[in-house]
Ligand binder design. Sequence first.
Ligand code: PMP
Length: 387
Amino acid sequence: MVSRILMHVGPSVANYGVLSSAVAPNLGFASPEFNQAMKYSLGQLREVTGADESYTPFIIPGGGTAAMESVVSFLSKDSNVLVVTNGVFGDRWEGILSRYPVKFKILRAKAGQAVPTNRIASELMEGGYDAVTITQVETSTGVRMPMKEIAAAIRPFVKLIIVDGVASIGGERMNAAQWNIDICLTASQKALGAQAGAGLLVASESAMSLLQNPSISGYFLDLRNWAKIMQNFLAGGGGYFSTPPIGTVFSLAESFRKIEVETMETRIARHRTCSEAFRKGIIEMGLDVVASEHLRSNTVTGIYLENTDIGQFLQAAMARGVEFAAGVHPEIRDRYFRVGHMGWIEPAHIMIALNAIEGALVSTGRKVEKDSGKLAAKTVLDKIIMA
Ligand code: PMP
């Protein structure tokens, strides 16, 4: 039996120190240790999102979708929202916003592509939008948006810029304060590499001032209920609105400790090199990447696999030691699979993944030149190994 590596699109490659931090302590949510873990994690959340002290950080139970839905706290009755979507997770805003008394319009790109910056800007320029939602890395395709460029182009035309960084924060650059982004959200289990169970976000001062408006939120995810206790944690105290994901927060704090030691600069470079090596390897094996070349992310890659039973292929890869993810984008669902290279990804994982893909391709009857993918990847990975 082969032991398995998780290279799903999140959770992804495990770090046992981080995961086991969630189960070690027999500690309650009112303990000084928990208060300290929250204070530290809220501070580090500002660091990894490039938010400064004017931003309020939140850590709430749930995950990415909870963080997304909590953003309704900043909207009012009849707020007009532009939803920019490159795939399934951008589309999720439609599902969320349609439950609330707000208006929205959708700008959608084809699979593997991104809505162009000038299209977003011209739509917002026409006016009347209170908020825009943008997904930094679209997990259904691996497409990354040029967030700095987009934020600069649209800032004058919209009050609230909301970025879903669930598949990017921790592996891609995000400078919320410098780029003037109001809300940046993520989840514990993706590129931050901690246990699943928490949604995270930072909100600018101007976003926070909107919490004074009458609420259209439900009860649990109304950030008005969470804002005060986050301030208490930041001040070194504690607080309760609903039981927090205690283990996840300890795991998150350990993850942030490791990120602080590694530094975000080095961590992003590690993600970039591993993803470039991986893509070089699969292209060398004759496969095509879903995302257009200039839009490929550090954290997720979608790979076309035409005329193949994808389920069988994924099982063959699993038998060779790596779990990947199936496709989910409705336009191309049965024609591709996805790989997560995020969090604690290292060069060795890339080599093992390419080895499993080669073996699985051969088992489905494809011709692949032996070791071609690994040798191609090695030329990129050697750069960090030798550095
Ligand atoms: N947004 C993006 C970009 C995601 O990748 C995901 C999860 N795949 C979500 C939102 C939803 O997060 P969760 O599954 O933690 O609710």
